[in-house]
Write a protein that binds this ligand. Structure first.
Ligand code: CO
Length: 220
């Protein structure tokens, strides 16, 4: 017996339960999806977007990867953002990290982890950008928590700087990016006081959260 057969059993039970609650649930979903939010989160099995904000299928569009990183050359993530903004007309993008993130933790270590180390380099970049502040924190756990938060904030900036979001703002389209962090210990979300609705917001957020300058002169 394939071990996955139990998952099919669970699926049948779930579909039956959903139909009992709302007989039209699947026929309505089948017609179209109209999610209000795009969620960019960590792949961690404990941080399941729909469950933690108590939303049903069809209510949130989701992209997840290790440590909720937004990279400007990641066609997967960029395609999700483009589809969300330009096709689904989503006006709210949430970047949600979590405390105790294994990806962030691994980026703080010198141990080798294989291929994933290349992905974790992006978090090490975040660490480097906030080196002074992080070096000032003596407790290792507090430092880890702070890096989890900084990673969310920098990924919000990366979302804001995508051509997709910049284009939407140029066209005066309503589009807001939020930075949140989740605690696995108590199941509670925390707003990192990051809410970016235009270029002015992005600039003032940079001042508030001591982000790197936007117009660094790069000499090659
Ligand atoms: Co994680």
């Amino acid at each position: 017996m394939r071990i996955t057969e139990t998952l099919f059993e669970r699926n049948k039970y779930w579909a039956k339960k959903m139909t009992e609650i709302n007989p039209d649930f699947f026929s309505q979903l089948h017609k179209q999806q109209t999610p209000q939010y795009l969620w960019i989160g960590c792949s961690d099995s404990r941080v399941s977007s729909n469950e933690i904000i108590d939303l049903l299928p069809g209510e949130i569009f989701v992209h997840r990867n290790i440590a909720n990183v937004v990279v400007h050359t990641d066609l997967n993530c960029l395609s999700v953002i483009q589809y969300a903004v330009e096709v689904l007309n989503i006006k709210h993008i949430i970047v949600c990290g979590h405390y105790g993130c294994g990806g962030v933790k691994a980026a703080m270590e010198t141990k080798e982890h294989g291929l994933i180390d290349n992905w974790l380099r992006h978090i090490q970049d975040v660490h480097r950008m906030h080196q002074m502040e992080l070096d000032g924190i003596s407790d290792e756990n507090d430092k880890f928590r702070k890096l989890c938060e900084k990673n969310v904030i920098e990924q919000v900036v990366n979302v804001c700087n995508t051509t997709i979001v910049q284009k939407a703002w140029r066209k005066q389209n309503e589009l807001t990016i939020y930075g949140w962090i989740y605690s696995i210990k108590n199941g509670i979300l925390k707003d990192l006081d990051v809410c970016v609705a235009d270029v002015q917001d992005l600039n003032s957020m940079r001042d508030k959260h001591t982000l790197r300058p936007q117009n660094l002169e790069i000499s090659i």
